[in-house]
Design a protein around this ligand. Structure first.
Ligand code: FAD
Length: 383
């Protein structure tokens, strides 16, 4: 991708790489081990303008584009998957819907503090019984006068314990064909009736804050509906399309870390009197991983370019997310194999990369759902 970067994009890439290596990498093992959300890192990222890369300056952002933003995600993900996931969720899921669909008042009130790094936001779509099938949402919002009263439950919501607001989806009624109407509501995290718990024990991305939300008669004013109340479903589909590019980039970052470590190790480790990197079996693994990461990089760049140029990008985002996430898991697995027994030990980080990478095949739409999206986009009939 470097061949096509602008001066500004390259500057952001270098700045974030430097920051990630100096400020995040030394803590990444502890963030994982202690399952600690790195609040101080997010404060610094805010000061550097990273929380607002893809938003205009008038809304507290840095006025960059999607490509600049995903380069940042990749560099952060390369050193710490937990921080990378929380970063991508804060920007793509927390702030982006407010930028894309919010009213001017909502942008002023909510986006500016987010983009300028003063606070975080999260996005609550998933429910215990509505995962891939988000249309199965059961959380309800009932209109009472000029307010809505929300009741329901959300699960695995990233960043909510540290967020100022969480945008939750809720059913507000039915359309003419009896289909659920789903709207999105900006809910302050200190709202009465909202309980946020972070008690999950996860396999990876352990330092990313993952929460359960319980909403019991949570009241919000009508003006907190995000964008068009009739289009809540389409709004979150668009939000997820954009988010998928960032998850793909996060996967690329993690895969790159695994690959770089494997390449280095294969030039250091000697067996049978030779560097293991001189064995063709190891070289072929490295060659395959290098090729897949290169391909993922190009697919991600294309999806980002389409988005930035206001062209349809749903199919390309799904392809990039699907390919990059599965390629990252393969890269981590091969890197672990190249490291032998050392790769199985915590000290060598590869097992952390592998645990973190696996989430990329699940979050923001599983691999199976990406294949469904691609199948629909290429014209296969709906089931
Ligand atoms: C760490 C973490 C962070 C997350 N952060 C957020 C967040 O910030 N906000 C949020 O809203 N959600 C979040 N999620 C939820 C995530 O998006 C869901 O886990 C994901 O969409 C899948 O839903 P599910 O887990 O209920 O799986 P299910 O939908 O129950 O799927 C189970 C299996 O069935 C397959 N499957 C389902 N339907 C089909 C089908 N039609 N055809 C073929 N196969 C199918 C799936 O691919 C999967 O393999 C997070 C999840 C995790 C683990």
């Amino acid at each position: 991708m470097d061949f096509s970067l602008t001066k500004e994009q390259r500057m952001i890439q270098e700045m974030v790489r430097d920051f990630a290596e100096k400020e995040i990498a030394p803590k990444a093992d502890d963030i994982d081990k202690e399952e600690r959300f790195p609040e101080e890192v997010f404060r610094k990222m805010g000061e550097l303008g990273l929380m607002g890369i893809p938003f205009p300056e008038e809304y507290g952002g840095s006025g960059g584009d999607t490509l600049s933003y995903i380069l940042a995600v990749e560099e952060i993900g390369r050193v710490c998957g937990s921080t990378g996931l929380s970063y991508a969720a804060a920007v793509s899921l927390g702030s982006s819907p407010i930028y894309h669909f919010g009213t001017e008042k909502q942008r002023q009130e909510h986006l500016i503090p987010l983009a300028s790094g003063g606070s975080l936001a999260s996005f609550g779509l998933t429910e215990p019984n509505a995962g891939s099938d988000a249309g199965g949402t059961r959380t309800k919002a009932e209109k009472r006068g000029d307010r809505y009263v929300i009741n329901g439950e959300k699960c695995w919501i990233t960043n909510a314990s540290y967020a100022r607001t969480v945008t939750v989806t809720a059913v507000t009624g039915e359309d003419d064909r009896g289909k659920k109407k789903i709207s999105a509501f900006i809910v302050p995290t200190d709202a009465k009736g909202l309980t946020i718990r972070a008690e999950y024990e996860k396999m990876g991305v352990k330092g990313s804050n993952t929460t359960e939300l319980v909403l019991e008669d949570v009241e919000v004013p009508e003006e907190n509906i995000l964008g068009d109340p009739e289009k809540g479903f389409n709004q979150f589909l668009y939000t997820l399309d954009g988010g998928r590019i960032s998850i793909a980039s996060l996967a690329l970052g993690i895969g790159r870390a695994a690959y770089e470590d494997a390449l280095k190790y294969s030039n250091e480790r000697k067996q049978f009197g030779k560097h293991i990197g001189s064995f063709q079996a190891i070289q072929f693994k490295l060659a395959d991983v290098a090729m897949e990461l290169e391909l993922a990089r190009n697919m991600i760049a294309k999806a980002a370019w389409l988005k930035d140029n206001k062209k349809p990008f749903k199919k390309e985002a799904a392809m990039a997310k699907l390919f990059a996430s599965e390629a990252a898991t393969r890269a981590c697995n091969q890197s672990l194999q190249i490291h032998g027994g050392y790769g199985y030990m915590r000290e060598y980080k590869i097992e952390r990369y592998l645990r973190d990478a696996k989430l990329m095949e699940i979050g923001e739409g599983t691999s199976e759902i990406q294949r469904l999206v691609i199948a629909r986009e290429i014209g296969c009939p709906r089931q």
